[in-house]
Design a protein around this ligand. Structure first.
Ligand code: KIV
Length: 273
């Protein structure tokens, strides 16, 4: 029996993602970091679940994505993989686990695939990490690239403002996208760049281009779950569409619970044995 046919659910593959681009169907991608949320995201029909190193921010409370470790990413990834029946699951290789050299990159990718059961890895950068990308791909591990605002390099950029507005950076980004495609990456994330540039990249490379803050001319969109659900209220960039106000809903529930406990309303007789 093929794992792809279990429970009659057709799993998303890199091949299916390419077909979606080819026929002009937009690809949906969301982050998830734990079993319960991943189960909801998968059941809703999201095509790609990204176990992003944004876990460092939204799950662990760090200011940047830099502190999260490979072991921590594998912990989050394996919980997500256990929940998923259909979505394609991509895991960020965290900062410091692939930039050193291509052997380290391969070792990290293999640990992620073996220990979490994920379907692919994501890395940030272009020409400078080419060797690592090739090495990971040579082991049969699908790789998603990530260009534009690459949060693992935040101390090089200095700010989270829009990238590649200048000609030289835009040209390098297009070159990097071509390099990632030539290496064999199955998709590329473009973060926070001008919409016209992102559209140009999506039209230049054959592989799917997924945007976050990159406009509507790309092949799909990704958002961080906690931002789109309104759990994180302090982060409101222009590109973010907030689909719920979970901060309010959850806070109201917590407040009501406290009130019910204090007033001895909870538990009542029907909630007791
Ligand atoms: O870590 C993450 O959540 C990401 C997305 C913003 C693309 O890389």
């Amino acid at each position: 029996m093929s794992v792809h046919s279990s429970a009659n659910i057709k799993r998303i593959t890199t091949h299916i993602l390419q077909e979606m681009k080819d026929r002009g169907e937009k690809i949906s991608m969301l982050t998830a970091y734990d079993y319960s949320m991943a189960k909801l995201v998968d059941a809703a029909g999201v095509d790609i679940i990204l176990v992003g190193d944004s876990a460092s921010n939204v799950m662990a409370g760090h200011e940047t994505t830099l502190p999260i470790t490979l072991d921590q990413m594998i912990y989050h990834a394996s919980a997500v993989v256990r929940a998923v029946k259909r979505s394609f699951v991509v895991i960020d290789i965290p900062f410091g686990s692939y930039q050193g050299n291509s052997s380290e990159a391969l070792r990290s990718a293999i640990r992620i695939m073996k220990e979490s059961g994920a379907h692919a890895v994501k890395v940030e950068g272009g020409a400078e990490i080419r060797e690592s990308v090739v090495r990971i791909l040579s082991a049969g591990v699908p790789v998603m690239g990530h260009l534009g605002l690459t949060p693992q390099s935040i101390y090089k950029f200095g700010t989270y403002t829009v990238r590649a507005k200048e000609k030289a950076e835009a040209e390098k980004l297009i070159e990097d996208a071509k390099i990632l495609e030539q290496c064999g990456c199955f998709a590329i994330v473009l973060e926070k760049i001008p919409a016209s540039l992102a559209t140009q990249v999506a039209q230049t490379v054959r592989i799917p281009v997924i945007g976050i803050g990159a406009g509507g001319g790309v092949d799909g969109q990704v958002l961080v779950m906690h931002d789109m659900l309104g759990i994180t209220q302090e982060f409101k960039p222009r590109f973010l569409r907030q689909y719920a106000d979970l901060q309010k809903i959850m806070t109201d529930a917590f407040t009501q619970y406290i009130q019910d406990v204090k007033s001895k309303d909870f538990p009542n007789d029907s909630e007791s044995y």
